[in-house]
Design a protein around this ligand. Structure first.
Ligand code: NAP
Length: 280
């Protein structure tokens, strides 16, 4: 019998993740001797963790908050176009030669979901300017967004994001807001939360009802909890919303296929994800 291959999610924190339910159900369905685990690592533990992947039988990783950008430095093999342009990685494949190849499937997951929702946002407001926000910006600019306004608690991050994208998409205006009020949500088609605010029970709602209008769409990348305070506020006002569950599902398909060289059993994965949600 071949030894069990390990895959998993590296981040800090990772306990909120529903990825193990999805990937482990897929491994079982295809009778693949593998397990998907959670690796909650502090920043000072990263060097050692990445140096010991083969010792731990780790063949592939997903990357989450707050490491999507910093882990690029560990990639010593191919970096996909998406990783190079976005500056963030969420999928790592460990090759037979022990080289680490990096991909970004977050932007594909988000892009596929907003197409499914039939959204074609032109004017966009985004809270957060980390790895996920960059993937979202790339997806939206590719879909002909005309104006993307970013607010991050760290102004240097919003400015860095604007600098990264503005030359790449001349038809899209990228702007950094210096406060959340200046996101000017009143004239936006969509407001996206790509910050971690809302993951914890006692997190505040970053906006108030005066910042919403009936035609805006509120997309929160968070999926655990299923309904953040932001989504609750929007729903109560009759505003259309989505959480990040479908994005999570769509971004997971490609890593599974890259790791196993098999078609992902999508129905199994979606069902497992929903079962996991129902247990929250
Ligand atoms: P990240 O790289 O750490 O970026 C988050 C950014 O938000 C950071 O720049 C952070 O600034 C900023 N931020 C923190 N508090 C803020 C506030 N009050 N106002 C404005 N900005 C604030 O994390 P990430 O990987 O991009 O992930 C962001 C969120 O998206 C997480 O909740 C993650 O779980 C979710 N996500 C979901 C999916 C999905 O498939 N549904 C995919 C990717 C990510 P500081 O660093 O200064 O704190």
């Amino acid at each position: 019998m071949t030894s069990q291959k390990i895959y998993g999610l590296i981040g800090y924190p990772v306990k909120h993740s529903l990825s193990p339910a999805m990937h482990n159900a897929a491994f079982r369905a295809l009778r693949i001797n593998s397990e998907y685990k959670l690796f909650e690592k502090k920043p000072e533990e990263l060097d050692e963790f990445f140096a010991s992947l083969s010792k731990q039988n780790i063949y592939g990783l997903n990357v989450t908050i707050p490491y999507k950008e910093i882990v690029i430095k560990y990639l010593n093999g191919y970096k996909s176009y998406g990783v190079r342009i976005i500056g963030a990685v969420n999928t790592i494949v460990v090759g037979k030669d022990c080289r680490l190849r990096g991909f970004n499937t977050d932007y594909l997951g988000f892009s596929r979901h907003i197409s499914e929702l039939k959204l074609k946002p032109k004017r966009v407001a985004i809270i957060g300017a980390g790895g996920a926000a960059k993937a979202v910006c790339y997806a939206l600019a590719k879909k002909d967004a005309e104006e993307i306004f970013i607010y991050d608690i760290d102004k240097n991050k919003s400015i860095g994001l604007v600098e990264r994208f503005k030359g790449l998409f001349p038809k899209c205006k990228f702007l950094a807001a210096d406060s959340i009020q200046n996101l000017e949500t009143k004239n936006k088609d969509i407001l996206i939360n790509a910050s971690p605010v809302g993951m914890k029970k006692d997190d505040p709602c970053l906006i108030d009802s005066s910042m919403l209008h009936s035609d805006i769409f509120i997309y929160d990348l968070i999926y655990n909890p299923v309904e953040t305070k932001l989504l609750e506020l929007a729903k109560n006002l009759g505003v259309r919303t989505s959480n990040g569950l479908k994005m999570l599902f769509y971004q997971a398909i490609i890593p599974f296929e890259k790791w196993t060289h098999k078609n992902a059993p999508q129905e199994v994965m979606w069902q497992a994800l929903n079962e996991a949600v129902n247990k929250l």
